[in-house]
Design a protein around this ligand. Structure first.
Ligand SMILES: Cc1cc2nc3c(=O)[nH]c(=O)nc-3n(C[C@H](O)[C@H](O)[C@H](O)COP(=O)(O)OP(=O)(O)OC[C@H]3O[C@@H](n4cnc5c(N)ncnc54)[C@H](O)[C@@H]3O)c2cc1C
Length: 317
């Protein structure tokens, strides 16, 4: 019998979270994914993503309560959440509640002969670690964008999940203000390509012209260092790193970024890293696949023009 891996998705209004395919893909590599969903309407889509079972929690159920109900019912080999703000919050509360080991920010989930193990990339990629719980099923948060494998579509078994509110304390959301995304650019957390800028851009106008311009030419998302955010060149949502988002795109381009370890922890697992900096000793060059030593104000407009020229050439063919 195939072992069950419980997947707890972040709740989003009116649809599936973009991380669903990745979480289910990672779970399917080590067992049969059973997914806690908040809407029965999502069951077919979850089956397409490879969910063998879909457990539909009542509307508004707390994620940790729902996870516990599914956990008690299924006795899974591991419980997987996304390493997002919501996922980390629910995973931590759930792990404390069930007394299980919490393996955070995993970049891969595998099995060895003793059970589930996870891969981790630490300190700007300086160290790779493999972790396992010494006993019982681990609770895992998976870094978004780190697993490419996707599961095959299946016809899921769909059941209702009875969730008894635990009454345990949880973060209480007292008000929600919807901020409409003004930008049509890809979402930073899930984008394949990211162009990130540093404080050396100097102003919000220049940040938008060079970093935003290169991102648009490539169809990429925009990211930034904390220093650029602190200087007001770009909103906090763009911050990559220890106190921002952790990303794992296929391509990361760092524009005038020094490569402080607090930034590197957020992007070091990108498949291909390109850095542009005047300082050949900038630490970002230590992890870059391609380094360009030069002035961003000279080079980036030329790169944008070249990318646009090639794109229009392709369009004409
Ligand atoms: C607790 C803590 C948490 C933090 N969290 C984060 C985080 O989540 N994310 C984060 O990014 N930082 C974080 N930081 C800040 C981090 O330590 C660095 O200060 C920050 O990442 C540096 O940003 P930067 O590369 O834009 O600036 P700098 O380090 O000042 O580097 C600017 C770079 O631009 C280059 N440059 C200048 N002019 C040009 C030019 N014309 N052309 C080309 N290159 C040029 C310079 O050579 C330099 O390398 C944190 C710090 C602390 C203490």
């Amino acid at each position: 019998m195939q072992h069950t891996i419980l997947v707890v998705l972040d709740t989003v209004d009116g649809g599936l979270t973009p991380t669903a395919a990745e979480l289910i893909g990672a779970a399917a590599a080590v067992g049969a994914p059973a997914v806690v969903a908040s809407r029965v309407d999502d069951a077919d889509a979850l089956g397409q993503l490879g969910a063998a079972r879909v457990l539909v929690a009542p509307e508004g159920a707390d994620a940790a309560d729902a996870a516990q109900a599914a956990f008690d019912e299924l006795g899974p080999d591991a419980v997987v959440f996304a390493h997002t703000i919501a996922g980390r919050d629910a995973a931590a509360r759930f792990a404390v509640r069930v007394g299980r080991a919490l393996l955070t920010d995993a970049t891969g989930i595998r099995r060895d002969d003793q059970g589930i193990i996870t891969d981790h990339s630490n300190y700007g990629g300086t160290y790779s670690a493999v972790a396992a719980a010494t006993h019982l099923a681990p609770v895992i948060t998976l870094r978004v964008g780190s697993v490419e494998a996707r599961a095959e579509a299946v016809q899921p078994e769909v059941t209702e999940l009875a969730v008894t509110p635990s009454g345990k304390r949880a973060a209480e959301v007292v008000s929600v203000e919807r901020v409409e995304r003004a930008s049509s650019r890809p979402d930073l957390l899930t984008a394949d390509k990211v162009v990130a800028g540093g404080v050396s851009l100097g102003s919000d106008d220049m940040f938008e012209e060079l970093v935003g311009g290169l991102a648009d030419a490539l169809g990429a998302a925009v990211g930034a260092t904390r220093s650029a955010v602190d200087e007001g060149q770009v909103p906090y949502e763009a911050q990559i790193g220890q106190t921002g988002v952790l990303i794992s795109p296929k391509l990361y381009i760092g524009v005038g970024i020094s490569g402080a370890v607090q930034h590197l922890v957020g992007m070091q697992t990108a498949d291909t890293i390109v850095a542009i900096n005047t300082d050949e000793d900038a630490p970002i060059f230590d992890i870059a696949d391609f380094g360009i030593i030069g002035d961003i104000f000279d080079l980036v407009p030329e790169i944008i023009a070249e990318v646009e020229r090639r794109a229009s050439g392709e369009a004409e063919q």
